[in-house]
Design a protein around this ligand. Structure first.
Ligand code: SF4
Ligand code: SF4
Length: 451
């Protein structure tokens, strides 16, 4: 295997058509896409070619330096250690049954009013102990910022517990606690929306393609018949918007839905809302034809967004791709096993939602500290918990600090090691330059609108 691009990690400076503007991006030190006038671009090229040394009294050199393009003195603030994010698995069951769901052993296609639901749900006594032990851990470790993301399964199946948990944890401490909920959008809005409002819970909804392809995969079983969920979700989106809750959408790209990207994207942007695209994380790799089809559709989509997306909907937020953050140097995509853990409905602690079969301790027994210690020495998680130990060939890829090799659990599940490129390497590597250029084109459009 080879890294996608083994050119020297470098700075690109490319023209944006014949208008004199250029854009620059530092792959070695990502601090965002920079739009440059022709004179700034020429000056940057001359600095790189060692034609004239940097003079910080010169205003162009000063700005180039400040932008992070020509120096390691990064604007990139090192992300604070004082944050903990928790995936709280409020219920180990779901009302739908998506074939690619990666939550191990989840009880699927459960009816909302089912009597068996309790068996799979977190209960209120445990929720209090979990909340108290999370706060205690944050205090002991001087963590000022705790983010709890309610998930499952379908967290709305246990919405009363979520209400109870939020009310309790907010009373416990002066630590800043924020909440999010990741749902499939198929819920009773009269019950769920008031809870979201009461606790300022941000709402993320997963969709799967546009109407028809979505309904093929995401359906409920009513009287042995499949009922697509698109219409119900759309109703719930309208209910959320009517009380000023702006949902964010998550779209898992699969071979069967990648041709719907355009329709989906237009639909969400017409509502003035944003989304994140990610690639299916299944164990098997997809054949080259499928990868090229996905590359083709994603490339068309981002080229189009760069030219046409409303400048008030910045691509990096409103059409985000994967876990990419082009303003931050990242050597791994997530903080799993360090500042991020998943807690199941019984308090068991795992490194993340993709690895919930592996339990490292239990929060009901106050074992978060112990669990994080165990993750650091676990052979499977060693390099996720300590990414500086990675020695794979992604490290020598030009795009490493943007792509960061993709989801490490996915790579490990596919190849048994983190030290090889992601199963989606071809797609990532092909899309990085297009994604960056699309952001630059949208920035240029913004500048032109102001002239
Ligand atoms: S997975 Fe990403 S970082 Fe690794 S070689 Fe491929 S494009 Fe480069
Ligand atoms: S390992 Fe993958 S699934 Fe788990 S938190 Fe990281 S990016 Fe997400």
């Amino acid at each position: 295997m080879k890294p996608f691009s083994d050119k020297k990690k470098s700075l690109i400076i490319n023209p944006l058509g014949d208008n004199g503007f250029h854009f620059a991006f530092n792959f070695e030190n990502p601090t965002g896409v920079k739009l440059l006038t022709n004179s700034a671009a020429q000056r940057l090229i001359s600095i790189i070619n060692d034609e004239k040394p940097i003079d910080l009294n010169n205003s162009i050199d000063f700005s180039l330096n400040k932008s992070g393009l020509i120096t390691e003195a990064i604007l990139n603030t090192k992300s604070s250690d004082k944050k903990l994010s928790v995936w709280l698995h409020a219920v180990d069951a779901c009302n739908l049954s998506c074939f690619y769901c990666y939550i191990p052993k989840l009880k699927k296609a459960v009816a909302i009013e089912s009597n068996t639901l309790n068996k799979f749900s977190m209960n209120s006594q445990d929720a209090i102990v979990i909340a108290d032990n999370l706060i205690a851990y944050c205090k002991n470790n001087e963590i000022e910022n705790l983010h709890v993301k309610f998930a499952g399964g379908e967290p709305a199946l246990n919405i009363n517990l979520i209400d109870y948990f939020c009310a309790h944890i907010k009373k416990q401490s002066d630590i800043f606690v924020s909440f999010g909920m990741l749902t499939n959008g198929v819920f009773d809005s009269s019950q769920v929306i008031p809870v979201l409002q009461r606790h300022k819970i941000s709402l993320s909804i997963s969709l799967d393609g546009y109407e028809l392809s979505h309904d093929e995969i995401r359906f409920e079983i009513v009287g042995k018949r499949k009922h697509g969920t698109w219409a119900k979700i759309f109703e719930n989106i309208q209910s959320a918007l009517s009380v000023d809750i702006h949902p964010y959408f998550l779209y898992t790209i699969t071979p069967s839905n990648n041709s719907d990207l355009f329709k989906f994207s237009d639909f969400i942007h017409e509502l003035g809302l944003g989304y994140r695209l990610s690639l299916i994380r299944s164990k098997e790799s997809y054949p080259s034809e499928i990868q090229y089809e996905i590359i083709g559709n994603l490339s068309k989509l981002y080229r189009n967004l760069g030219e046409n997306l409303d400048v008030n909907l910045p691509i990096a937020r409103y059409a985000k791709f994967s876990e990419w953050n082009i303003k931050k140097k990242k050597d791994i995509v997530c903080t799993s096993s360090r500042k991020y853990v998943a807690i199941d409905q019984n308090g068991n602690i795992s490194s993340c939602q993709m690895n919930m079969n592996n339990k490292f301790g239990n929060l009901l027994k106050n074992e978060l500290e112990l669990s994080l210690g165990r993750m650091k020495t676990d052979s499977h998680l060693l390099k996720i918990a300590s990414p500086n130990l990675r020695d794979g060939i992604c490290n020598s890829c030009e795009y490493f600090y943007v792509c960061s090799g993709g989801c490490p659990e996915h790579t490990i599940k596919s190849f048994g090691t983190i030290d090889v490129p992601s199963p989606w390497c071809k797609v990532f590597g092909s899309l990085v330059p297009i994604y960056i250029e699309s952001i630059a084109r949208q920035m240029l459009k913004n500048v032109r609108n102001k002239i």
